[in-house]
Design a protein around this ligand. Structure first.
Ligand SMILES: Cc1ncc(COP(=O)(O)O)c(C=O)c1O
Length: 392
């Protein structure tokens, strides 16, 4: 018999606000890109304090547009982490460039290691593509400095990091282009969706063209009489966000700060409960800055993927959903034809467990997760027990 899920990994914070916004859009009878997109973009740009925000149908599309916009060409090298979602690296392939995978700094700070970035720079390197793991910022000062000294562009995969701070500065505001995701389990959920932000007028104009076939006007503008025809000036894509999703995004933006504040309180409680477990490392444990807290990762010390699998099965049997962020991208079959020396990434990727975190996670359930993981580790290390998921 299948165990019932008691604590899911993620839960959507939707209520009547999202219902009202989407209903209004449906009733307006304009459901593709239009006024809700414009409103969503303006609110997003204002929230981050950037000049431009361009709504896109996904972050994968946003990353593709970002790399096309900054002029990446065939054979160029882009340095990026391997500890990320595969879309980060795939977007580099979409523009016929080569991802050069870089190790993370440490188990405690699993963001791209600036010292290792320096070792990977060659005459072919054109950009660095960073990812703010779990919403916790990369070492931006060092990375910006490397980009300036080597004349490299900087793109941020900020999917996990809306409103996160780095030394008091807002993530996503200091690079050439930053990209966000609104996939259902993200801090801002629209089902599918993404955003490009930039302070550069040229990048903004180019991204707008590329998102809609390189056309000089949108059908909404034409329907309002703002233009009668269009030209096609770039080889663009259809990466438009529809107005139904944009209206969900508008409702989600209104909740974001409060949602994050609650996540921060829950994270504090997790840390209080789990710090005493010697066998666990809690990444970014001492990070006190405002952070999106997209996920709550823990890493098993002196462990491997077999024990990690066993502990996840024990939790699963207790009705607790967990995940892995992430399998190392350079070990996937489409990327593993080349040797990469990424020991920290490989250890992290095989021993990390993502525990449930979302603003409406009850403290009771959080404590249940903590006591269950303590039990699992005790049984694994002291009683030498292993668990499998088969009877689940
Ligand atoms: C780090 C990272 N990059 C890129 C993506 C791709 O985003 P999307 O699903 O919106 O295309 C995700 C989404 O899971 C992500 O977590």
């Amino acid at each position: 018999m299948k165990t019932q899920i008691k604590v899911p990994l993620f839960d959507l914070n939707y209520d009547e606000h999202e219902e009202k916004e989407i209903l209004n859009t449906i009733r307006s009878k304009w459901i593709s890109i239009g006024p809700q997109n414009e409103k969503f973009e303006n609110l997003f740009a204002e929230m981050l304090g950037v000049k431009h925000a361009v709504a896109i149908s996904s972050c994968t599309g946003a990353l593709h547009i970002a790399l096309s916009t900054i002029g990446i060409n065939s054979g160029d090298e882009i340095i990026c982490p391997s500890l990320t979602f595969v879309a980060t690296a795939n977007s580099i392939k979409f523009v016929n460039a080569n991802p050069i995978f870089c190790d993370i700094t440490s188990i405690e700070n699993p963001t791209i290691n600036p010292e290792k970035i320096k070792e990977l720079i060659t005459p072919k390197t054109k950009a660095i593509l960073v990812m703010h793991y779990g919403g916790f910022p990369c070492s931006m000062d060092e990375i910006i400095d490397i980009c300036k000294k080597n004349n490299l562009k900087l793109i941020e995969d900020a999917c996990h990091a809306p409103l996160s701070k780095y030394k008091g500065r807002t993530i996503g505001t200091e690079s050439d282009i930053a990209c966000y995701s609104f996939f259902s389990n993200k801090n801002i959920s629209t089902g599918e969706g993404g955003m490009i932000v930039t302070n550069n007028n040229y990048y903004n104009n180019k991204a707008r063209l590329l998102r809609s076939h390189g056309m000089t006007s949108l059908s909404y503008e034409r329907s309002k009489g703002h233009s009668t025809g269009y030209d096609v000036v770039e080889l663009g894509f259809n990466y438009r966000l529809d107005d139904m999703r944009a209206s969900l995004g508008i409702a989600q933006l209104q909740k974001l700060k409060k949602d994050i504040q609650r996540r921060m309180e829950l994270r504090k409680l997790y840390i209080e409960q789990l710090s005493e477990i010697d066998e666990l490392v809690i990444p970014f444990k001492d990070q006190m800055q405002f952070s999106s807290n997209y996920i709550f990762p823990v890493v098993l010390k002196d462990s491997n993927y077999i024990e990690r699998g066993s502990i996840r099965c024990y939790l699963s049997k207790k009705g607790i959903q967990t995940s892995i962020h992430y399998p190392a991208v350079h070990q996937f079959r489409i990327y593993n034809h080349q040797y990469y020396d990424l020991p920290v990434t490989e250890y992290f990727a095989s021993t990390e467990i993502t525990l449930p975190l979302y603003s409406n996670l009850s403290e009771e359930n959080l404590l249940y997760v903590c006591s269950s993981i303590k039990e699992a580790i005790y049984k694994s290390r002291n009683e030498k027990k292993t668990f499998n998921c088969e009877s689940n």
